[in-house]
Design a protein around this ligand. Structure first.
Ligand code: HEC
Length: 123
């Protein structure tokens, strides 16, 4: 048993294997699964986070992550739903917090599910 664990190579390999198992599950999501979340994104987040340096959120994240990863939130593969929810309710620097009268808890669930769709285990 010990030798087998060593062969697999620890947590990094385990994560890689998990993503192989999880990835096909994403592909099987029905069309429209993310529609509600995408609509919330378009209304409240796209003006700052859509691709392009003229969008202040994208510009800030390009500067912050210096090419280590994309400045475009939609392309991230390491954005857990919990992070989306925290940032949306609390804001960060230039980004305002959003009230429940603007984005309801239900809308935030859908938004977080949409933005974490490429993050293994992130939904
Ligand atoms: C007024 C512009 C603006 C709007 C609107 C906005 N953001 Fe942001 N957002 C920013 C900026 C600027 C940053 C980067 C802050 C920094 O430099 O740390 C940011 C950062 C973030 C981060 C943190 C990324 C990280 O690793 O630091 C997340 C997640 C995020 N935004 C999600 C959202 C979501 C979801 C919405 C829509 C509900 C949204 N933002 C709306 C400007 C905005």
């Amino acid at each position: 048993m010990m030798r087998m664990r060593r062969t697999l190579g620890g947590p990094a390999a385990a994560a890689a294997i998990m993503s192989l198992i999880v990835a096909p599950a994403f592909a099987q999501r029905p069309a429209g699964h993310y529609a509600a979340g995408r609509a919330v994104y378009r209304k409240w987040c796209a003006p700052c986070h859509d691709p392009g340096i003229t969008h202040p959120g994208t510009h800030a994240l390009m500067t912050k992550y210096k090419g280590v990863k994309s400045g475009v939130l939609l392309e991230w593969t390491d954005l857990p739903a919990s992070t989306v929810k925290y940032m949306v309710r609390h804001g960060i620097l230039l980004m305002p917090p959003f009230r429940k009268t603007e984005i309801t808890d239900q809308e935030l669930d859908a938004l977080a599910r949409f933005l974490s769709r490429n993050t293994p285990g992130g939904r």
